[in-house]
Design a protein around this ligand. Structure first.
Ligand code: AMP
Ligand code: ZN
Ligand code: FE
Ligand code: FE
Length: 286
């Protein structure tokens, strides 16, 4: 799809949020895929970064410390990635702790809804799988699979826990402006995640009014946008690349790998920006 060999993947999850691999397993897999620069971008949590940093430096991979935040815009949910985050920022960590706490209550509320729908699922099992990490719907999906209600995590999203299904409960999120500004105040570089719908995640819709929203987000501090994402088709990549160029946003991207075991799941290195994008990000760091 791309005219260059993908050596950069800036969107990866571990078991510290809703992925299934440890940071060590993930980085080892990235090495097998011959990746040179990667970013671990867990949801609302940075606890996987130290292990990822240690193993990356041993393996000669450049690791960009990252994060993924959910944010609300009008009535939709938009994800923002932050690169080169400062993990020692106490205010930043306090905000993340609050978001994770709400994820637990929301997980419990979703399990209650699923029980009311007649499913024999317990929150204890969800919490056990999530461990100390950020609880997310993929953990609930895994339990539904374990219990035999669905064959794949994707089927759980399609039938029970997608945002239009009966088992869904929204979680607490920052507004789009708050999320971008939180990253800017942290010294991190905010990048818009997956702006268009993706065949690997059918519940996800394209951001409405994207081209009007980009200048607003830029004013708040957005520096880039995912262009080379997961299972995006060439047409989508081209559309996003021209939008990124038009708005002077750095084209970023990655696989958004979670190792969830879905039938269609882009692997590390299946999508990613050219190395030049990382050079451009670095020029913005002070
Ligand atoms: P949560 O953050 O708890 O709302 O869970 C959303 C997470 O589920 C995202 O990180 C997605 O990567 C993952 N996910 C997996 N499959 C889907 C799907 N079909 N629709 C939406 N999210 C999905
Ligand atoms: Zn996720
Ligand atoms: Fe996301
Ligand atoms: Fe993600």
């Amino acid at each position: 799809m791309t005219s260059y060999k993908v050596e950069v993947d800036l969107h990866l999850h571990t078991a510290h949020s809703d992925g299934t691999l440890t940071p060590k397993e993930l980085i080892t897999f990235c090495k097998e895929k011959d990746l040179k620069i990667v970013s671990v971008t867990d949801h609302d949590i940075t606890s996987g970064l130290s292990e990822a940093e240690e193993i990356s430096s041993k393996m000669g991979i450049e690791l960009i410390p990252g994060i993924e935040l959910g944010a609300t815009w009008e009535s939709s949910e938009i994800h923002i990635l932050g690169y080169y985050i400062d993990q020692n920022d106490r205010h930043f960590q306090k905000v993340l702790t609050d978001l994770r706490e709400d994820r637990i209550f929301r997980g419990q509320a979703m399990v209650t809804k699923l029980q009311e729908m007649g499913l024999n699922i317990s929150f204890e099992r969800v919490q056990k799988i999530a461990g100390e990490g950020a609880v997310g719907r993929p953990h609930i999906a895994r339990v539904l699979k374990e219990l035999g209600y669905v064959k794949t995590p994707k089927e759980a999203f399609d039938r029970f826990i997608g945002d239009r299904n009966q088992g869904f409960v929204p979680r607490k999120m920052l507004t789009l402006e708050e999320a971008i500004k939180l990253l800017v105040d942290n010294g991190a570089l905010p990048v818009l995640a997956h702006p268009l719908m993706s065949s690997a995640k059918p519940g996800r819709r394209s951001i409405a009014g994207l081209s009007d929203l980009l200048p607003i987000m830029k004013k708040w501090g957005l520096v880039g946008m995912e262009v080379y994402y997961g299972s995006y088709k060439t047409k989508q990549v081209n559309e996003l690349l021209s939008l990124a160029n038009h708005h002077s946003l750095i084209p970023c991207g990655g696989s958004d790998y979670h190792a969830l075991g879905n039938p269609i799941e882009p692997k590390p290195g299946d999508a990613g920006p050219p190395k030049e994008s990382v050079e451009r990000l670095k020029l913005l760091l002070d």
